[in-house]
Ligand binder design. Sequence first.
Ligand code: EPU
Length: 417
Amino acid sequence: MKQIKIEGNNILSGSIKVSGAKNSAVALVPASILSDDIVTIDNVPNISDIDALNEILTYLGAKVKRKDSIIEINSNTIKNKEIKEDISKKLRASYYFMGALLGKYKKAVMFFPGGCSIGERPIDLHLKGFEALGATVKNEGNKYIVEAEELKGANIYLDIASVGATINIMLAAVKAEGKTIIDNAAKEPEIVNVATFLNNMGASITGAGTSTIKINGVKHLKGCFHEVIPDRIEAGTYIIMGALCGENLKIENIIPEHLDSVLLKLKEIGCNFKIHEDYIIVSKSDNYKRTNIKTLVYPGFPTDLQQPFTVLLTKCNGTSKVTETIWENRFMHVPYLNEMGANITIKNQTASILGPTNLIGKEVVATDLRAGAAMVIAGLIAQGTTTIQNVEHILRGYENIIEKLENVGAKISLIEI
Ligand code: EPU
């Protein structure tokens, strides 16, 4: 078991380099098995979710080599077999093996995926998409057997613009016979990154990044070199830290447009930042205005930054409101923030944050990945020592978070207990 200890109330200055996007990389790695040749992916974050996916690849018989941020995957040696429950359940993104194995071998057998407990997280839209392409889905308890004699392109409408379902259906459809159209597709940059990867391998996908994605099935996919886009959620997390305790803190290797909704909210509260081509400089202020936030699908305000942003709102003057519309259980950080001195009440899916309040270091828990990031931010601005338990959640999604923060002046350490 590991915990993070933070001595709060220090200024952060210097530079933090953002890593490759977790939610892109976790799809690219399973997607690589669709290729008939070796695939090389650069800028892959060194996080435990990627380790878990590599474990599945290796279990299936693929050869995986990793050197720094580059992963080389040779899946010619794969034997398609049931992905056992213990490894299926290690993370959410194991579900991308369903689409990828179905697309390549016309059969996938695996268990319901794991991931943060931030809501019910059904996969019905993924399965409906596979069925529309001609697959049958059998469900035995937590086990799913998805198979098809052949996959045929289809018109698919998603009831919800789901990130996972959009990507999974793309993975299953790239080698299907004929044309697939996904309507009400999710538009997140990670989807564009995955579509570009598949196109680099020889797929024919247009419209990724819009709500209609068109896929013309191809017979073979070849090897390619591809780069993971910068992690907009990691970037946003560090920018929020800069807004609270930065002094010309530089957040580099970012695509500012991916952060438009977040930067607009920062501007609205009066945050002091300057956007450059691929970096942002941000400094703290002691006089922030209140605001309201509603989480929405991209390009709306990202649910994955809602919890970190709530910490910033504890420093704004007046009552700010945060409405979570994507996940029904994403306020688990709030009781801990209140214990630290925040004044937050929750009614239905809206949190009201009365600020400004001063936070005091406490023993808290990372209940999920982004709640964990919120606890780190709270610890950095709190008076005294904050100890965070269950930090495995944080390490699933933030590469080298301790080193990155230590380098800019935070007093933070990872302790084995
Ligand atoms: N939904 C369904 N049925 C489905 C799929 C989704 O009802 O078959 C619902 C979900 O319950 C949720 C909404 O649709 O209410 C959106 O879910 P989505 O499928 O878009 O989420 P996801 O693909 O499971 C990804 C990220 C999440 C991020 C969401 C929303 C990955 C591995 N995870 O999840 O990231 O919050 O999109 O942007 O890409 C995180 O990084 O901390 C994280 C949780």
